[in-house]
Write a new protein. Structure first.
Ligand SMILES: Cc1cc2nc3c(=O)[nH]c(=O)nc-3n(C[C@H](O)[C@H](O)[C@H](O)COP(=O)(O)OP(=O)(O)OC[C@H]3O[C@@H](n4cnc5c(N)ncnc54)[C@H](O)[C@@H]3O)c2cc1C
Length: 498
């Protein structure tokens, strides 16, 4: 076969497509703008401590579960070591001082939450029944061969998650608890479709794990496999143009003016960046306008904490905290006076038998507008005012953490911070958006990004196609690679891998 595929970007989507296509005999070249591969999967090391930037825990990794099957197909199982989160509290939802655990397995989940909401047991059963129906309505979530891979029941696509919760129970506190892990998908009231929450909740409820040594182990393994199959993966190779003739794409130009020809092209970058790169008239103005005007999920501010050696016991749960019940759905519309009013706190896992925490991330939402005045500056050169802005936000966030987890502060050795500008620079995602394009149940077709573009040999992949997160991106990569191989052929390969 030996057709040449050029993939722009080495995020999880680019690498997964690269793996699938190389395995099926295509010649693959992956071009990454950064010195480090992996996009959101990259880690950084400071003073000997490793920090993960954008993938902290994964689900459905027990034998036979969906991600485990994908990992088996992608030859990741022997390279990626996992540490199970607390099965009775993989997530802890803390709202205005009260705490509620999310336990693995639907029955276990219901038993645990019913202790706080004894009258709500049957509603919780109905909640899980509908969540699982929604997940199973997606053929690729159940590895079914199909000609309509992303057909969902309109009830799951056109209904927002909050209105779904309203239909489940009148108990306002339970509705907030069931929305407590919203930062996992930057859910917005009245917009985020029910199916996005269903996929995420089902995925982690089945089993939840941290990746020992961080998600870069996934990158290292995929890159090694792609290279072993004859593929090329290049760092510091920023694509500036996708060149077209009057029918299709023919080559890409790099920032250093090098030109590389290909037969097919896959963009793993944000769609707005992709349309900027496409030269020529093949993309109509209406298509470009639609893509550029898509709404995006919010960005974040993160404090990367290093702890003093063997001082703080390892926390085997993720803590989602909201200062008040009103903060659960506040999202983008926080006020500067009360900011920050929520966080997600996670210890990072560096060994299989972790006893003490080495490092943690403390993440809160942040709008790009908050750092707009420094837009255009470079990492490490944004100036003293920016550093002071970040220090103040970090100190406030650490104060809230200390109130929730007393004794944490005294064990902190040092910390670093990142803002929406950091994400913009490291991944090129629009305004540093965490999960790319915002899916909106009111504009269910309009807010969907297809793996196809108007150019017949140019495709898209990554979190903007299908959905974000490890599962959403891998399924998106199957959709994209399926344009060349046929989706059913990939599904069969996954089902038959030994
Ligand atoms: C803070 C945070 C926490 C998260 N936590 C989790 C989690 O716990 N579990 C989970 O499953 N998911 C999590 N996610 C989501 C997950 O990390 C992402 O959905 C996924 O990694 C996105 O992959 P992607 O392929 O879309 O591309 P990206 O990771 O965005 O990669 C795109 C790549 O393209 C490169 N690029 C851009 N422009 C160019 C160019 N012109 N030329 C060449 N290369 C270019 C970029 O440098 C980048 O490497 C998290 C995300 C964030 C931000």
């Amino acid at each position: 076969m030996d057709k040449h595929i050029i993939i722009i970007g080495s995020g999880l989507g680019g690498l997964t497509c690269g793996y699938i296509l190389a395995k099926n005999g295509y010649r693959v070249t992956i071009l990454e703008k950064n010195a480090q591969l992996g996009g959101c999967l990259q880690s950084f090391v400071r003073r000997g401590v490793k920090f993960e930037t954008g993938m902290h825990y994964i689900g459905s990794m027990e034998e036979g579960q969906l991600l485990h099957r994908f990992f088996q197909y992608l030859n990741l199982l022997s390279d990626v070591k996992l540490h199970s989160l607390d099965r009775n509290a993989y997530d802890i939802i803390s709202i205005g001082g009260e705490r509620f655990p999310f336990a693995n397995g639907t029955e276990n989940f219901i038993e645990h939450l019913a202790k706080y909401f004894p009258a709500e047991k049957s509603n919780l059963c109905r909640y899980w029944q509908i969540i699982q129906e929604a997940t199973e309505s997606s053929p690729l979530h159940s590895l079914k061969t199909t000609n309509e891979p992303i057909i969902f029941n309109p009830a799951y696509v056109k209904q927002s998650y909050d209105s779904f919760l309203d239909s489940i129970t009148d108990n306002e506190q339970l509705r907030l608890v069931l929305a407590g892990n919203l930062p996992l998908y930057a859910g917005e009231r009245g917009k985020t479709p029910m199916y996005i929450s269903a996929f995420v909740n089902d995925f982690y409820n089945r089993s939840a794990y941290r990746i020992v040594g961080g998600s870069e182990t996934i990158v290292q393994s995929l890159v090694r496999s792609i290279r072993a199959m004859g593929g090329e993966v290049r760092q510091s190779a920023e694509v500036s143009k996708i060149n077209c003739d009057d029918r299709q794409a023919i080559s890409v130009s790099l920032k250093n003016d090098e030109m590389i020809e290909g037969d097919y092209f896959i963009s793993n970058v944000h769609p707005a960046r992709m349309v900027e790169m496409v030269k020529g008239n093949l993309l109509r103005k209406s298509y470009r306008d639609r893509i550029v005007n898509l709404n995006n999920t919010i960005s974040n501010f993160t404090v990367y904490i290093a702890f003093k050696k063997e001082s703080l016991p390892y926390l085997n749960s993720n803590l989602y905290h909201y200062e008040t019940p009103a903060d659960v759905w506040r999202g983008k519309s926080y006020s500067t006076e009360t900011y920050p009013s929520n966080f997600l706190y996670m210890h990072l896992c560096s060994s299989v038998n972790q006893q003490f925490a080495d490092a943690a991330v403390l993440i809160t939402y942040m709008n790009f507008e908050d750092v707009m005045q420094w837009a255009g500056t470079k990492v490490g050169q944004r100036g003293a005012e920016y550093e002071e802005f970040k220090r103040k936000k970090a100190e406030k966030l650490l104060d809230i953490l200390e109130r929730q987890m007393p004794g944490t502060r005294k064990n902190i050795a040092y910390y670093y911070t990142s803002s929406p500008l950091t994400y913009l620079d490291y991944t090129g995602t629009e305004c540093g958006s965490m999960y790319g394009v915002l899916r909106d149940c009111n504009e269910s077709i309009h807010s969907l990004v297809s793996q196809r573009t108007r150019i017949p040999n140019l495709f898209q992949t990554g979190q903007n196609v299908n959905s974000h997160g490890i599962l959403g991106v891998i399924i998106g990569s199957i959709l994209t690679s399926g344009e060349l191989l046929g989706i059913n052929s990939i599904v069969e390969q996954i089902k038959n891998v030994d």
